[in-house]
Write a protein that binds this ligand. Structure first.
Ligand code: 5GP
Ligand code: MN
Length: 342
C-alpha cells in the first residue's frame, strides 16, 4: 500500500453535523477558503470558525481569492484574511463554508487540492455535493446558522468576536431577517448571539446604513437604466463598464441594486446585469415568491437559492439580457398559469 492510498483509506467520509464535528475534532491544521465575491455569510462564518479553531488550539488560515468588501472591515479577525499566495501549508483539512461548488474558491482551488480532507458545509440548494465530509442543509437561512451549531458542538469558549461574526453572517444572508427562510430558529440563534456579545446596532450601522459615495452615484445611474418587461413580471438593470466607471464604482458598489428591480410593483423577478472583464456578464437574479431563480441560474452554469441566485455569462450584455429576461419571463408566466407556489 502506498503512502497516498494509506492516507486515502484513513480519510474520514460522512454526511451531517456529526461527521463534520468528528472531522474538526480529529485534525489540527485547517485551511478555510472564502467563495469568490465573498458576502457577509462567507466572511462571518469563516472568521467565526477560524476564531473557534484557534481557541481549541488548532491552526486555521483563512484565504480569499477576491478582496473582502470594505464594509466588513469592522469584523474582528478580518485583517488576518490572506491572499492565496500568502497561505502556507500543509493542511489536514480544507474547510469550505458557504461554498456551493469547489471551483467557487477561485484562485484558492490549488490550495484546497493540497489538503488531505475536503469538508463542505453549506446551505445552497445548488451545492454540488463535493468533499469527503459534508453537511449541506438548504433549509438553513445562512451558513452562519450551521456554523453556530458546529461551535456549540465543539464546545469552544464563545467570545463576543465570534458572536458578532455569526450575527453578521445570519443578518446579511436573511436580508436583515426579512427573507422567507428566516424562521423562529433563526431568531433564537440571533438572540443567543446577542447574549454572547454580538452588537446588532454596529452591524446595522456598518452594513446597511453606510454607503460609499460611488455606490450612491451608481444607484442614481442604475435607476435611470431600470427596464420592465411588457408583461410587467420581470424588471432589470444593465451596468455596462462605462457606467460603472463614470460612477467611480468598484464591484462591491453594485451590491443590492438588483433589489430595486425586484421591488417594482407587480414584478416577480428582478435582474442585474453587470459587465465584468473579457465581455463577460455577472447576472444577479432575485425573485419575490414564485419563481425558483436557483433553477434558472443553474441551467446557465450558476447557482444559489430559490429567491437569490447568480451566474456568469459569456457573449456580452445584449446576449445575456435577451437570454435571461426571456427565461425569467417564461418562468414567471408558467408559475402564474399553474398557480404553483414556486
Ligand atoms: P449575488 O447575486 O448576490 O452575487 O448572489 C446571490 C446568490 O447566488 C449567492 O448565494 C451566491 O452564492 C449565488 N451565486 C451568485 N453567482 C453565482 C455563480 O456564478 N455560481 C454559483 N454557483 N452561485 C452563484
Ligand atoms: Mn450563504
Amino acid at each position: 500500500m502506498t503512502a497516498g492510498s494509506r492516507q486515502a483509506a484513513g480519510r474520514p467520509r460522512g454526511h451531517g453535523r456529526g461527521a463534520v464535528l468528528r472531522c474538526v475534532r480529529r485534525y489540527r491544521r485547517f485551511l478555510l477558503a472564502l467563495h469568490e465575491a465573498p458576502d457577509g455569510d462567507a466572511v462571518g462564518s469563516n472568521l467565526a470558525m477560524a476564531a473557534a479553531l484557534a481557541a481549541l488550539g488548532k491552526e486555521a488560515q483563512v484565504v480569499s481569492a477576491d478582496p473582502v468588501p470594505r464594509l466588513f472591515d469592522f469584523l474582528p479577525g478580518v485583517d488576518e484574511v490572506l491572499e492565496p499566495g500568502e497561505a502556507t501549508g500543509p493542511w489536514d483539512v480544507a474547510l469550505l463554508l458557504d461554498c456551493s461548488d469547489a471551483d467557487r474558491v477561485g484562485g484558492a482551488a490549488t490550495l484546497v487540492a493540497q489538503a488531505a480532507v475536503v469538508c463542505n458545509v453549506d446551505h445552497h440548494k445548488t451545492n454540488q455535493g463535493f468533499g469527503h465530509v459534508r453537511w449541506v442543509d438548504p433549509a438553513a437561512a445562512a451558513t452562519g446558522e450551521l456554523v453556530y451549531h458546529l461551535l456549540q458542538g465543539l464546545r469552544a469558549l464563545w467570545t463576543p468576536a465570534m458572536a458578532q461574526c455569526l450575527y453578521t453572517a445570519i443578518s446579511t444572508d436573511t436580508g436583515s431577517f426579512r427573507f422567507e427562510q428566516t424562521t423562529a430558529a433563526t431568531h433564537r440563534i440571533a438572540a443567543r448571539l446577542i447574549e454572547l456579545g454580538a452588537d446588532p446596532a454596529q452591524v446595522v450601522n456598518n452594513v446597511y446604513d453606510t454607503r460609499s459615495l460611488a455606490s450612491l452615484r451608481l444607484l442614481r445611474l442604475a435607476l435611470e437604466r431600470l427596464e420592465v418587461h411588457p408583461d410587467g413580471h420581470v424588471a432589470w438593470i444593465t451596468l455596462p463598464r462605462p457606467v460603472l466607471e463614470s460612477a467611480g464604482a468598484s464591484d462591491e458598489d453594485a451590491e443590492g441594486l438588483v433589489n430595486y428591480a425586484r421591488s417594482v410593483e407587480g414584478v416577480e423577478v428582478g435582474l442585474l446585469f453587470r459587465e465584468v472583464e473579457d465581455g463577460r456578464v455577472k447576472v444577479s437574479l432575485r425573485s419575490r415568491a414564485r419563481v425558483d431563480v436557483a433553477d434558472l441560474a443553474s441551467v446557465m452554469g450558476g447557482g444559489g437559492h430559490p429567491r437569490a441566485a447568480g451566474c456568469l455569462l459569456d457573449g456580452g450584455l445584449e446576449v445575456a439580457v435577451e437570454r435571461v429576461v426571456s427565461a425569467a419571463a417564461l418562468a414567471a408566466r408558467s408559475g402564474r398559469d399553474h398557480g404553483t407556489g414556486g
